[in-house]
Design a binder for this molecule. Structure first.
Ligand SMILES: Nc1ncnc2c1ncn2[C@@H]1O[C@H](COP(=O)(O)OP(=O)(O)O)[C@@H](O)[C@H]1O
Ligand SMILES: [Mg+2]
Length: 328
């Protein structure tokens, strides 16, 4: 038997209760629906999908910030909700999209990066804490003279370096990056991405890398899960996915990566209707109203994840599944 994954989601569901409409009626929004994922030591798992498909909810579940409505989140085989919050934080740390929102504007860089050390009682003494903060700032490429600056005095890229230093100062073995470069200037995005890749190698980190941009995920992930409306619709090694995407949604995402106009999103010609209402997901395969290959059965029953047929991975599609099994 192989060891338990570092981090695992086992058939996880996450419902939110929301108020809807003029009468403010309570409705259940299923943000994550039966998601199973595993992260192994040293691996980077990419998660992609359009805005609203449940990526950040998955990130928050992985960080123990929200509890699943059903299913389990496990850290090295232990349910995360049975672990002490601090024990979780020592192992898994986040880097969020917006360094503006996630850094306390009234604290200096030094205080922000040092805070986890004091909260966790992780430093032997103040001298040790100061040394570890300085080492961390060096590691993320922040000049030491910025240690006494406030977040408002820094550029977007510098702020994200601070957020990364804070995430790593306790030396977690897992980092969950939720759109870590999406709020940054294009010119800075590659720098931050390369920094994360360097740190991953130097520190032997396992990483979950969430992005709506498949091109970014291809660059960093060994394995990729594609989400649509709360579900994983395809999962495969990055190499297999980019060589031969099976799910029509993954194929459409790949096309949008190839779209010459940035920001145009998924080409409408291929996908028709926009993202569906998460409070009223389409029956059957929730992608069927936008799918160029949809057949009658796609509106009737939801396809289960099944082997992609070629090498590793799974896909949830009646049509791609049929293509698959017809192949030698
Ligand atoms: N705290 C919340 N309360 C109610 N609905 C939420 C909450 N967080 C997320 N949602 C809803 O859950 C769905 C998934 O959201 P999210 O995980 O943020 O997606 P993504 O990160 O892929 O954009 C969306 O429909 C969103 O509106
Ligand atoms: Mg998000």
């Amino acid at each position: 038997m192989t060891a338990a994954p570092l981090l695992e989601l086992r058939d996880v569901r996450c419902d939110f209760s929301v108020e809807r409409g003029f009468l403010r009626a309570r409705r259940t929004l299923r943000a994550v629906d039966g998601v199973s994922l595993a992260l192994r030591p040293g691996e980077t798992l990419g998660i992609v999908g359009e805005s609203g498909c449940g990526k950040s909810t998955v990130a928050n579940l992985m960080l123990g910030l929200i509890r699943p409505s059903a299913g389990a989140v496990l850290l090295s085989g232990t349910p995360i909700d049975r672990m002490d919050r601090r024990a979780v934080a020592q192992r898994v740390q986040p880097v969020f999209q917006d360094p503006y929102a996630s850094l306390n504007p009234r604290k200096t860089v030094r205080a922000i990066v040092g805070l986890p050390l004091s909260v966790h009682g992780a430093a032997a003494d103040p001298g040790d804490a100061a040394r570890r903060v300085s080492a961390m700032l060096d590691m993320v490429g922040l000049p030491r003279h910025l240690a006494d600056s406030y977040p408002g005095e820094l550029s977007g890229g510098q702020r994200q370096r601070v957020a990364i230093a804070r995430a790593l100062v306790l030396r977690p073995n897992i980092v969950v990056c939720d759109e870590p470069t999406s709020a940054l200037d294009v010119s800075v995005q590659a720098q931050i991405l390369n920094l994360l890749l360097d740190l991953r190698r130097e520190l032997g980190l396992a990483m979950v890398f969430i992005s709506h941009n498949l091109a970014v995920v291809e660059h960093v992930a060994q394995r990729v899960a594609v989400m649509y409306l709360g579900r994983v619709v395809e999962e495969a090694t990055a190499a297999a996915l980019f060589r031969a995407a099976r799910h029509p949604y993954t194929q459409a995402l790949l096309l949008s990566v190839l779209t010459p106009e940035p920001g145009r999103g998924i080409p409408d010609a291929r996908l028709g209707a926009g993202f569906p209402d998460p409070l009223a997901p389409p029956p059957g395969c929730s992608f069927h109203p936008r799918c160029p290959l949809a057949e009658a059965r796609c509106a009737a029953t939801a396809p289960a994840l099944a082997g992609r047929g070629e090498g590793e991975g799974t896909v949830a599609c009646h049509v791609a599944g049929a293509l698959n099994s017809a192949m030698p």
